[in-house]
Design a protein around this ligand. Structure first.
Ligand code: GDP
Ligand code: MG
Length: 712
């Protein structure tokens, strides 16, 4: 099977092209770091060729983990050809990687993407000139509009068979001379086409390559002399010489092969003037997120959920004048008709349907949120958010790159944590892994929606406040952690290209929405279903008067588990065993929390007395304790899957322990302060109030303590 690797900068359209070529539905994101692991697919048009989607990279230098991953892949299991995809609206920046790819000795085909945009702008690129300069085939495509994508793939397949060519010599005479020396001294045993890349890397003193080639100290000393001479002549270090000459080459190539028609501001630039404006940017961002969360959780979303709760998973609902009975009603009728044993009936209705139903009821709400997020993502606004927040983050001495994992984390914490790999600094990366899951992921949305709907009567600000609580927790944690010895350090600047704005296609948005919604539904049908059965069993069986059997929930095994830990949460205002148990089951998957409530508070009980759903739940909380419950569950240790991701990224049990411990302790303290200080306003004052005030004071002290961080 022929292997063709898709390589390009983040956001150049690799995933879009991958999907177009393989017909698969890979997640298409609009910020760097989405494609963290390589994905493989078979070419639709030619089943003998495999396409590999690699993480987006800016260079083959080993600065970020992604660059290392991609580079190792290209060196250790070289594909038969590289399809280098380039954002045609940003040629200079993208060609930097190209100049390195053509040195690898692997056939390269350059596909200049975003043809539709450059066409609209009237820019012209002379493909032949570019091809001659790079010594490889060049095509113009639009991955989105599916123009020329097959040609690009065919050229790549053809390139595999074409005779091996030596890369063009793009450096100055002086540098080429040194490179030739290095090749001659150390690399002449290797195939000729592989020598150039290694020579350049040795010239740059790339330690990973030196290790790989297992050079002896004498060999290193030998080329070191050559490199020193060259550096003296340029009065610059070898890496800068190479970078400068690459850009020099690119400049001449672009000048001779590209004519840019309009010199005025593009529409994107005009929008950006407002959207990324120094003062307006933040209020606009806050307003956008407010609208997104308020609409999906309270507005339209709430109506949808009420219909799901009261209708589909309740008594029933009306469809064109016809009465459609709710799922529990249907099951009750069937199960009664076939004389099912009472316990089995209860397991199905009060266990499975109540647990899974309570979770599934939030699907419409989630779909609305996902549509919003997919739109923001693919129109290009998400990239602006990262850009805007980078400015703010840097003021606090934090890396703006942390925000990309966080944005991804709004969907699911697992890829969010994985996306932290784009961060160069190890300390910043660890800090991001620890704080990413503070942002509410889609599994936490049902918790937010439940609390805001059932306990706050759908007040509009609860849901957005949960989102901003997450961001504040991240920033404050970052600021405080940065002041500790472990995390102190300089901030690496984060340069990010802003893609052009464009109207996304309805199909793309729906696809992205459905992908996320479907994985949520799948989870409800598997983990949540299994957990519901267990929770039903545990909440229906136990000892009463020394005899084990069916008991009221108050005597159940589950209640004992809950009471064993509930005292821990009493200072947070919700010391009842149901809340404690739900918090624990939420650690398996956050949706479980809602499912457990569903079972314990009779979500699927066919209410004939007209009591409101969740009415029983409301009797267990006050507004304040409900908010403290929300705060704790949003910030505490994430679900098992996310903890697993943290474990993988940290690769060290102590760090894993620190991360989960920090999250839980932080959640506890914030919820504690919220509840205790909130109670103060209600006139309650005791030793806990004093403690809470001390915590707040200590927190503020840490926050505003002078820091020794150099802001880059
Ligand atoms: P990746 O980071 O390289 O995988 O890039 P993606 O495939 O995620 O694409 C980044 C963004 O560019 C997405 O919003 C795509 O819809 C958009 N995009 C990709 N190809 C084209 C194209 O040919 N024309 C236009 N206008 N947009 C495109
Ligand atoms: Mg991608």
């Amino acid at each position: 099977m022929i292997k063709i690797a898709l390589v390009g900068n983040p956001n150049s359209g690799k995933t879009t092209l991958f999907n177009a070529l393989t017909g698969s539905n890979q997640y298409v994101g609009n910020w760097p770091g989405v494609t963290v692991e390589k994905k493989e697919g078979v070419l639709k048009a030619d089943k003998t060729a495999a396409i590999i989607d690699l993480p987006g990279i800016y260079s083959l230098s080993p600065y970020t983990l992604e660059e290392v991953v991609s580079r190792n892949y290209l060196l250790d299991e070289p594909p038969n050809a590289i399809l280098n995809i380039i954002d045609g609206t940003n040629l200079e920046r993208n060609l930097f990687l190209t100049t390195q790819l053509i040195e690898l000795g692997i056939p390269v085909v350059v596909a200049i993407n975003m043809l539709d945009i450059s066409d609209k702008r009237g820019d012209k690129i002379d493909l032949d000139k570019l091809a001659a300069a790079l010594k490889c085939k060049v095509v113009a495509i639009s991955a989105l509009k599916q123009i020329g994508v097959e040609d690009a793939a065919n050229l790549a397949i053809k390139a595999v068979e074409s005779p091996k060519k030596l890369p063009s010599t793009i450096f100055s005479g002086r540098t080429e001379h040194t490179l030739a020396h290095i090749e001659e001294a150390l690399l002449h045993d290797l195939p000729q086409e592989q020598q150039r890349f290694l020579a350049v890397k040795l010239f740059e003193r790339d330690t990973k390559i030196i290790e790989k080639l297992q050079l002896t100290p004498e060999q290193i000393a030998h080329i070191e002399a050559d490199i020193k001479i060259c550096e003296a002549e340029f009065d610059d270090d070898s890496e800068s010489i190479i970078t400068a000459e690459r850009y020099g080459f690119i400049e001449t190539v672009v000048k001779s092969s590209m004519t840019i028609k309009n010199t005025g501001l593009t529409i994107s630039d005009k929008i950006d003037r407002i959207v990324t404006h120094r003062w307006l940017a933040l209020p606009i961002f806050v307003a956008v997120m407010f609208i997104v969360y308020a609409t999906s959780v309270t507005g339209v979303g709430l109506l949808a959920t009420e219909w799901m709760e009261g209708g589909v998973f309740g008594d029933g609902w009306e469809l064109f004048g016809l009465w459609v009975p709710g799922i529990p009603v249907i099951f009750e009728d069937i199960l009664t008709a076939v004389n099912t044993a009472e316990w089995l009936q209860s397991l199905i209705i009060d266990g499975i349907i109540a647990g899974v139903g309570a979770v599934l009821a939030f699907v419409p709400q989630l779909m609305i949120l996902f549509i919003f997020l997919a739109f923001l993502e693919s129109c290009g606004y998400m990239a602006r958010i990262a850009f805007i927040l980078d400015r703010i983050f840097r003021k606090f001495g934090l890396s703006g790159k942390s925000f990309i994992p966080i944005l991804i984390g709004t969907g699911c914490g697992v890829p969010g944590i994985m996306a932290s790999r784009t961060i160069e600094s190890d300390k910043d990366r660890k800090m991001t892994v620890i704080t990413t899951t503070f942002i509410p992921c889609s599994a936490k949305l049902p918790i937010i929606a439940l609390i805001s709907g059932a306990l706050f009567g759908g007040i509009w600000w609860i849901a957005p406040s949960a989102y901003f609580l997450g961001i504040t927790a991240i920033i404050c944690s970052g600021v405080i952690l940065k002041k500790t010895k472990i995390f102190a350090g300089t901030v690496t600047p984060f340069i990010m290209e802003l893609p052009e704005y464009h109207l996304p296609t309805v199909e793309n948005i729906l696809r992205s929405m459905w992908e996320r919604a479907w994985s949520f539904i799948k989870k409800a049908g598997t983990i949540i279903l299994l957990a519901s059965v267990i929770i039903w069993l545990a909440s229906n069986f136990g000892w009463q008067d020394g005899i084990f059997g069916r008991v009221y929930a108050e005597y159940s095994l589950l209640s004992y588990v809950g009471r064993a830990v509930a005292w821990l949460f009493a200072p947070l205002g919700w010391g009842n065993w149901q809340a404690a148990v739900s918090t624990i089951t939420g650690l398996i998957a956050k949706e479980n929390l809602v499912g457990t409530f569903g079972i314990l508070f009779g979500f699927a009980e066919v209410a004939e007395d007209g009591t409101e759903i969740w009415a029983l739940l409301a009797t267990h909380f006050t507004a304040l304790s409900a908010y403290s419950f929300l705060v704790f569950n949003l910030l505490c240790a994430p679900c098992l899957a996310a903890v697993g991701a943290i474990r993988r990224e940290m690769n060290n049990p102590r760090w894993l322990f620190f991360a989960v411990g920090y999250q839980t302790a932080f959640a506890y303290l914030v919820a504690f302060c919220v509840y205790q200080i909130g109670s103060l306003f209600g006139g309650y004052f005791n030793i806990f109030t004093v403690l809470a005030l001390v915590f707040v004071a200590a927190f503020l002290f840490m926050l505003f303590k002078r820091q020794n961080v150099q802001v880059a």
